[in-house]
Design a protein around this ligand. Structure first.
Ligand SMILES: NC(=O)c1ccc[n+]([C@@H]2O[C@H](COP(=O)([O-])OP(=O)(O)OC[C@H]3O[C@@H](n4cnc5c(N)ncnc54)[C@H](OP(=O)(O)O)[C@@H]3O)[C@@H](O)[C@H]2O)c1
Length: 307
């Protein structure tokens, strides 16, 4: 049996169904993974609701889910570095991770260290790769600079705070006040409660804004960056259209990168980077858990358990 969380039509939480689908087979360069846990992302409900249907039309029904942790059960031709029984984790380079079994390009994946449960492993790939690439590639963050991270307590932000601090940046985070202690524990120098304070009245001379929220958080950020500063957004694909003259605004999209992921996972394995799982949802509650990502949740990242 291969249970999959699929949509047959765009819509709200009711559009997500648990279906039995055919077992995949490993094509050349692929492995089949028995999925044990999969991370929940905003992309799940953005796809489900049909937000992206014009830019990325999907053949329906479509299986949701963009990252996983599990075990290799079949190895395709030309795959090196993985054998049956290996525990693996990674983004899937598209969608389809919310199923018991999926065929994935092996070059997206890394081995899961023994120190990591599948739940924690599934909470890492997309959030951590997004944070790393947005800060250091798109954002060009350097030691001694100041970064303002909006949405810092979530799946991407929790890694971004830690990576920026490790790189020697001063880290200012916006989040609900209830998450201030959590974020200080991850290395934030200052936490601003977005519900009770106006960050633009309390910050200036910011070298980099990492915008994980969009909307008014982004709109109010142009005034706090330096002349050479930049805003990198993972939440506002139309940032270019709203970038004031003379300012530098960048839309950023994560790309799978197994070498980078292996480096990050090694830091987690050593205890140098923490992973926070906010919720472990069962398959029966998965549709509601995807919806909860839209409306707010505890610190860190929610995952779906496929066991
Ligand atoms: N472009 C890409 O490649 C890419 C990759 C990954 C993610 N994303 C997108 O990036 C965004 C963040 O992803 P994520 O996985 O980190 O999401 P997440 O886990 O849902 O975290 C978002 C955080 O933002 C907080 N928040 C909401 N409104 C806020 C505001 N006005 N000011 C400050 N914080 C606020 C939320 O806290 P509360 O619960 O307290 O409201 C939540 O902790 C999502 O839109 C996601 O779809 C894009």
């Amino acid at each position: 049996m291969n249970r999959a969380l699929r949509i047959h039509a765009y819509g709200g939480p009711d559009a997500v169904k648990v279906d039995n689908i055919a077992m995949p087979a490993a094509a050349s360069g692929e492995v089949v993974v028995h999925v044990k846990a999969a991370g929940i992302n905003g992309l799940d409900w953005k796809i489900r609701d049909g937000w992206l249907q014009n830019d990325f039309p999907l053949p329906l029904p479509a299986t949701l889910g963009v990252e996983l942790a599990g075990e290799v059960i079949e190895v395709g031709a030309g795959v090196s570095g993985f054998v049956i029984g290996d525990r693996v984790m990674g983004p899937v380079g598209g969608i389809g991770a919310y199923a018991d079994f999926i065929a994935v390009a092996s070059n997206m994946l890394v081995k899961t260290p023994a120190s990591l449960t599948d739940e924690r492993a599934a909470a890492i790939p997309v959030g951590a790769l997004t944070a790393w690439q947005a800060l250091f590639e798109a954002g060009e963050l350097k030691r001694g600079q100041t970064v303002l991270i909006h949405g810092a307590a979530g799946g991407v932000g929790s890694f971004a705070v830690q990576f920026a601090r490790r790189a020697g940046a001063r880290v200012i985070a916006t989040a609900q006040g209830i998450n201030a202690g959590y974020l200080r524990g991850l290395g934030a120098d200052e936490v601003i409660d977005y519900r009770t304070s106006s960050f633009w009245e309390r910050t200036r001379d910011i070298d980099l804004v990492l915008d994980l929220v969009g909307g008014s958080a982004l709109a109010n950020s142009w005034q706090v960056i330096t002349d050479a500063g930049r805003i990198v957004s993972t939440a506002a694909p139309d940032i270019a259209a709203h970038t004031p003259a003379g300012k530098h605004g960048i839309w950023f999209q994560m790309r799978p990168d197994a070498a980078q992921l292996a480096e990050i996972v090694s830091l987690v394995d050593q205890g140098a980077v923490k992973v926070e799982v906010s919720e472990v949802a069962r398959l029966s509650d998965a549709a509601a858990a995807i919806e909860r990502n839209k409306t707010g949740h505890g610190p860190g990242k929610a995952v779906i358990l496929f066991q």
